[in-house]
Structure formats: C-alpha cells, structure tokens
Design a protein around this ligand. Structure first.
Ligand code: SF4
Length: 227
C-alpha cells in the first residue's frame, strides 16, 4: 500500500465526523496546489467551501460538449464572482468528430463508451497534476453512493478522493446555499434535481430520488467518474 493510500485511509477514519470545512482545510494544508475541486456546476457549494480555506483553489469542470446552456452559464458565473480558478477540460474529440467516428447519438446506443470518451478519459488526463481531488458526492443521493467515505482512495487514478459533504443531506445543501448566497444552476428550480449532459438528463417527478432523471430508462446510474 502506498504512503498516499495509507494517508487517505487514515484521514478517512479520523475525519469521518469532521465538518466539511475541516475536511477541506486538511486537504488544502496537506496537498497545497496538488489539490483541486471538481464541479458539475449543478451548484457551487463545494467550490465555495474550498475557496474559504484555500482562496484561488482550482475548480475543474468537464465540458463534454453536451451541457445545457444553463450549466455553462453557471460555470462562467462561478469563474467571474468566486475566488477560485476554473479549469475547463474537454474531450479529445468534438461532438462532431465523435459522431463521424462512432456515428451520431452515441449516448443513446452506448452511453458507457460515450461517458468514457467525454468524461472519464478527460478527467483522468486533467487530474494528472494533482494528488487529491474533492467532489460533491453525498451518501443520500442514491444507494450507489451510500458508503462514500469523506476521504478515500481512488485506486483507479492513484489519488486521494475527498467528499467533504458526503454526510450532508439535501436540506443541509439548501441551508448552506441560502446562508452564503451560493451560485446554483437555474435548472434546479426548473424540475431538475441532478444535472448532467442534456441528452441524458430529464426532470424528476415527485417521490423520485435525485438521480432518477439521469440516464432514465437505462440500467446505467453512474457515468464512471466515481465507479
Ligand atoms: Fe455522453 Fe450522456 Fe455520458 Fe454525457 S452523460 S458523456 S452525453 S452518455
């Protein structure tokens, strides 16, 4: 087991009950510029938290080429008003180039391949310069996320993975947004509860869990970034 992995597992145990800010302070102090936040621009909660303990922190955003305009607008607003450095990652191929190589609407025919090309591979390349990355994963979002550690080991990438709001509920998120005036994607007030690429995201109905609108009708529940 590597030193970094040992560090991650120990921190996961020691910080399990710590507030989100304390978890992020530990990450910023431990990894400095080799720490970043990733954001889908559903909201800017984790970016906001991280900027409080590490002003100018890197916020990594994956521009798949399939985002809603509102998501790109949220990214631009975060960049304009928050004390963070937004880094936009793009896939190797444009959507048009992917269509030419694999045929149109790959997301309908092979969403796992589409996510690998447009999300997983770009993120792996983008994280190469970091030892640790933070996400907004929460345990209450879906059964697949119920055991998310606040600090864990990302074995696939050989990095420390931090989920500072893993123990938060949707109400906790709403309260933080209201208290701090955090930027949110306007689609959240238009029936969407979890926001990804436009072709693979729909509004949720009453009683559905937050991620029910992602890849609706398919067996797929995750894009592969967190699997
Ligand atoms: Fe492709 Fe859909 Fe995955 Fe986006 S969420 S990368 S459009 S399959």
């Amino acid at each position: 087991m590597s030193t970094l992995e040992q560090l991650a597992l120990r921190a996961g145990r020691e910080l399990e009950d710590a507030p989100a800010l304390e978890i992020l302070r530990w990450a910023a102090d431990t990894f400095g510029e080799r720490f970043c936040v990733t954001s889908s621009m559903e909201d800017a909660v984790v970016a906001h938290l991280a900027s409080r303990v590490s002003p100018g922190v890197d916020v990594v955003f994956l521009d798949t080429g399939y985002h809603f305009p509102e998501t790109l607008g949220t990214r631009d607003a975060v960049e304009a008003v928050m004390d963070v450095r937004v880094l936009t990652l793009t896939p190797a191929q444009t959507v048009a180039e992917q269509d030419a190589a694999y045929g149109p609407r790959l997301h309908d025919r092979d969403p796992d391949l589409c996510c690998a090309l447009r999300k997983v591979r770009p993120l792996e390349a983008g994280l190469a310069g970091y030892d640790a990355w933070a996400t907004g994963l929460r345990r209450d979002e879906s059964p697949t996320r119920a055991h998310t550690p606040v600090v864990g080991w990302d074995a696939r990438r050989g990095k420390v993975k931090i989920a500072p709001i893993a123990r938060w509920t949707q109400d906790d998120v709403a309260a933080y947004i209201a208290e701090h005036g955090v930027l949110v994607n306007p689609l959240l007030t238009d029936g969407y509860a979890s926001i990804g690429c436009a072709p693979c995201t729909r509004r949720v109905r009453d009683g559905e869990d937050a991620r029910a609108g992602r890849w609706a009708g398919l067996a797929k529940t995750e894009c592969g970034l967190h699997g």
